[in-house]
Design a protein around this ligand. Sequence first.
Ligand code: PMP
Length: 499
Amino acid sequence: ANRFSTTGRPRSEALYQEALKHIVGGVNSPSRSFKAVGGGAPVFMKRGQGAYFWDEDGNRYIDYLAAYGPIILGHAHPRVTAAICRAAENGTLYGTPTELEIEFARMIKAAIPSLDKVRFVNSGTEAVMTTIRVARAYTGRNKIIKFAGCYHGHSDLVLVAAGSGPSTLGIPDSAGIPISIANEVITVPYNSVEALEAALERWGDEIAAVMVEPIVGNFGMVMPKPGFLEALCAAARRNGSLVIYDEVITAFRFHYGAAQTFDGLEAQSLGCIGEQVIKSPTSPGCMGEQVMKSPASLGDTGEQVSSTSLGCTGEQATKPPAGFAAIEPDLTALGKIIGGGLPIGAYGGRKEIMEQVAPLGPAYQAGTMAGNPASISAGIACLQALQEPGLYDRLDRLAAGLEAGLADAAREHGIALTINRIRGSLSTHFCAHPVSNYEEAQDTDGEQFARFFRLMLDQGVCLAPSKYEAWFLTSAHTDEDISATVEAAERAFAAMALP
Ligand code: PMP
């Protein structure tokens, strides 16, 4: 008997039928639908606490969705809940500036030094959309370059050849976006400096900005190849284009800071992060098994200890000369974790660029809900909780155990599985090749993923219903949760291996 199995979901089925009558597709975001995993009713959740969800039928699930990223502290973290309640008691929206906004801006700037000035908005979509407007205002140019499979929200310009939801649903471009707008976007493969340079060569002085997820979270977790971000920044700057990092997923994900301040990027310049590389000894600069140790990261931005990569031959890890300037962007978009589970987005960057924004400059951007005391309070409480010593190392350790357990179970049952893991986040691609760009992520077995997804769900393990989404560990997960998940995966793989 399987002590984890759920008891069916009749209420979810019924609620889905009801939802379909009133809410388009029954869901308020397409990524929540089960369309990409064979269809049917998604699970209607009723309650979240720590690492767990309970659905409308009373089944319990270990949650690896983490609401697509924000819930890094688990559900209903007491500190965040208290902050939200306090804020609510004092009124949730003023339409005036507040001191809280200054405190939060200071916290974020301290963790991400490339941000001279910030502005709070309500979603990642808004944040990204505005960085593009600001880049266009600053450079007087119109086009942007983005990377295939990177998802930057649903605004017109970045929903061209986007990944995440859209690609899962097989909609490479959305209807309703004029060709004239799509023509302002050039999409090149992630991790290809050659393609980027060719695009810059061809469209040169029309390019306002190069937009990138510095570490990809939208076609699985994918690290930049050695030198990719350095080359990207250098090429953009030679061309007079701005560099925009979409750190909506990555900021405060791997350490207390952003990808742009993450010393793990240094380790990756040896080409040795993640299970994928372990299985691909041909990967540059890496031979055989490696261990990546990122140091604890309590508020330690900039001056971080070098990572160690054992078993790697070739180049030695070297610190970039001056902080992380070589990969520092001009503008950064933030969201998800910084709102502690309430709606938020933020963007920021170099002072002279940000001063393009109204009321100082000609680029307009506004928001009735922007900087509301509830979201800001939740964000402050979340970042404070993330400063707990050892928190990110614990996520790393738990995720390493999960990665090893999944890899062993897959191997045992002859399932081809590539796991990309970056500290507390990982992705599972059903394929035998490494995944370093969108094409490789697409070339994976979606049916096998769908099968795995459902087998896990029925054992009380909640993953995102898409082969492109990551698994996110939260500080609420325990060793016991990891063991239970690995056991569930063993049973799932065993079932999948049957003829
Ligand atoms: N950028 C990235 C990298 C994202 O992953 C997402 C959402 N998954 C967004 C932007 C859009 O954020 P939001 O859903 O808050 O609008």
